[in-house]
Design a protein around this ligand. Sequence first.
Ligand code: B12
Ligand code: SF4
Length: 384
Amino acid sequence: MRDFFARLEQIRYDAVGFSVNTVNAHEAVMLAGAVKLSSPDTKIIFGGPHVTFEYARLLADHPQIDLAVLGEAENSIAPALDYLFSDFTGDAPPGTAHMARSLLVKGEGVPPPVDLDSLGLLDLSRVVNLRHHRDYPAYPLMTSRGCPFNCAYCASPAFWGRTYRRRDLESVMREVRQAKERYGYQVFKLEDDTITADRKRLMEFCRAIKHEGVRWVALSRVEAIDQETVTAMRASGCYAVFTGIESLDVKVLETIHKSRNLSAQELEERVDLCVKAGMRVDLSFILGLPGETTATAAGMLEFCRRIKSRYSNTVSTTFNFITMFPGTELSRRASELGYSRVSIDRTESLIGPTWASPTMSAGDMWRVFTTNLLNYSELKYATK
Ligand code: B12
Ligand code: SF4
């Protein structure tokens, strides 16, 4: 941080941009205030998923933010900068918002979606703390944007509009080669919302990346995991898969639009497939979804206990507390569904429950969370 402010003193940037999600919003606002104090002429631009839905509140409450950029920015950043540096002359471009004499001004419409294949490859040579990034062993690779699904707790449907835009795989492989040759990366973390959404393309991706001789890890819906996909993924270098189970209760899954035709037994079989192929698996659950109770959560604990008793080192199980990220269906319906905020922290910080549901209190969630942690040590903790 000291380096950043020393640099700011030295360079006097015309503008500083902050990429803001809900969890880091508070820090971004504080840091932006500090930048303004130390360099009052530097313009502050906020963008990212949190800003896309919360721009009005952010701009009204934090005068240090000069401009908010909403949604994808590649097509809107240049007109946004022209507008900002002309002291807001003319109409606000689509996808921008700012305050003018205490009134919110927002550009009409939205910028056209970005043509992913027209974008150049990531140029990490411009990343200031590259050495630190090199210490992070996985290169973040994104082969698509968006997701065709509609999970009620997820920001993706509102942010990307349920479109699933795929990059040309040749360009993806050029990026893989560049990351290997120019920056020395051997491990790739696929940041696609769900790369397994298009099975045919997944298989093509596996065939292509196999030639690169690298290792990779990805997020996937559990439905996409079967013998054929696991074999292809493993053979092409995939060593771990992260999948959101969220709940085992049919009604809960229906409410959050994540129904699947898989029993708990079949889920376990899919985990078995991955582990037997030599892959690590991370299973993620959410505590406090609509209709989840301590009784249904006890089913999750039992499921995890069974799996962990077979695969203590290769499968991890993560329990997350329910969050209400802006733009999500759950955040829109929170009061209708009877949720109440149990923390003054508005960042959905995930270090503890921030919401209680009518069927699960914050204490209930803590007990299940702790039990899952303790299940894997010698200590056992009862869930009542
Ligand atoms: C990679 C990733 C991570 C990585 C971050 C790695 C890194 N150094 O960036 C890790 C694993 C650390 C991570 C962690 C978390 N993440 Co995350 N993550 C993602 C993911 C999958 C991809 C991000 C990405 O690169 N997107 C691609 C680019 C093109 O999109 P983008 O980042 O939105 O940027 C575009 C616009 O937003 C805008 N923009 C963004 N920043 C800026 C800045 C300026 C100045 C401008 C003008 C424009 C602009 O322009 C960009 C180009 O079009 C997204 C999902 C997604 N598909 O986006 C979730 C996502 C961002 N994560 C999310 C969440 C919830 C989390 C966690 C809270 C999860 C958790 N359980 O802990 C933590 C929070 C960590 C923290 N303290 O901030 C949510 C955020 C929702 C919200 N309202 O905040 C997302 C959207 C997932 C989702 N669908 O719900 N995450
Ligand atoms: S949780 Fe995953 S599958 Fe569901 S909408 Fe979000 S990105 Fe898509």
